[in-house]
Ligand binder design. Structure first.
Ligand code: MLT
Ligand code: MN
Ligand code: ZN
Length: 311
């Protein structure tokens, strides 16, 4: 199985267009300690020919240009219009995960897989009809069922603690609507890829608000886990004066601290642990900071754009 990291940043990327936080400022200034990052997405392939995109970031066009694996193939064999992208899967309906679907118009055939809930969100937003239904099939996958999304690549979806997309909150928390954070539903899912007849597994969980025991048991012993690396401290956006929300309020567990992901995934016997969807406020993005050093000392890697992982 081939895994290609198209984008490793959280919403906004690094640098974010309007941000002067320390990481973004360093990126604007060309500081070599900070690598620019596009918004999170990976491509997965069983054979290196057909690829499945997991999430479609607003940076998708640039990500395709930067990765030759996703360029149109030889016109003599594949014709005047071609793409190795055969399928797209979505893990939630956040802007940073669905806006890139608009880049995939131009009457190109592919299969779009998502939960019923996420397909409903797309259906309610007419702009996604630019994906011509004669070319793009929308297939609902049920949680818990294994789906072969491209030849040789079987995926199982499961709910993880999260929340609805920001633009669907409708002021639910302030107007007494009871916005649920950390609930498990079809709004936010993780994906398990299996191969070698189920002997090996890779998990993709770019958004996760908590680590209940059942989820820890599910990922225990996996060869590879790519996990939500949005924030280091829960309150770092507030502390850096670039936002009012905690990581938890946005549906993300922090890396550090007792309830953090570093502690939660320690001792789960996972072969390789990689943080992805890393927000530009996260100090791990500056090489040499204590946080950057600690992440590596704890046995984690930080995904970077163009990172290739093979299992
Ligand atoms: C998130 O990951 O929390 C979202 O992408 C935030 C957003 O929609 O801006
Ligand atoms: Mn996001
Ligand atoms: Zn920033």
């Amino acid at each position: 199985m081939h895994i290609l990291v198209l984008g490793s940043g959280a919403g906004g990327g690094v640098p974010q267009w309007n941000c002067n936080c320390p990481v973004c400022r360093a990126a604007w200034d060309g500081d070599p300690r900070v690598a620019p990052r596009t918004q999170s997405s990976i491509a997965v392939s069983a054979d290196g020919n057909d690829w499945c995109l997991i999430n479609c970031s607003p940076d998708l066009r640039q990500q395709i240009i930067s990765n030759p694996q996703l360029h149109p193939r030889n016109p003599d064999e594949h014709g005047k219009r071609d793409t190795p992208i055969a399928a797209v899967m979505l893990t939630n309906a956040d802007v940073d995960h669905v806006a890139g679907l608009l880049t995939l118009r131009e009457k190109q055939s592919f299969n779009l897989f998502a939960t019923g809930r996420i397909l409903d969100v797309l259906a309610q937003n007419k702009i996604f009809d630019v994906l011509d239904p004669d070319c793009v099939t929308r297939t609902q996958f049920a949680l818990g069922a294994a789906t072969e999304v491209i030849p040789g690549l079987t995926v199982e979806a499961f709910a993880v603690p999260g929340k609805v997309a920001l633009y669907l909150e409708d002021g639910a928390d302030t107007q007494g609507g009871g916005l649920e954070i950390g609930g498990q539903s079809e709004d936010t899912i993780g994906l398990k890829f299996t191969f070698d007849n189920g002997a090996k597994s890779m998990f993709y969980i770019p958004g996760c608000a908590a680590m209940p025991d059942a989820l820890a048991d599910r990922i225990r012993g996996a060869e590879l886990v790519l996990f939500d690396g949005t924030v280091w401290h829960d309150d770092e956006m507030i502390a850096r004066r670039v936002g009012r929300k905690t990581g938890h309020r946005m549906g993300h567990m922090s890396m550090a601290g007792q309830g953090g992901s570093i502690a939660a995934l320690a001792g789960l016997d996972i072969g390789r642990k990689v943080f992805i969807h890393i927000n530009n406020t996260n100090p791990v993005l500056i090489e040499g900071t204590p946080e950057h050093e600690q992440v590596h000392a704890e046995g984690w890697e930080l995904a970077y754009d163009g990172m290739e992982l093979t299992l």
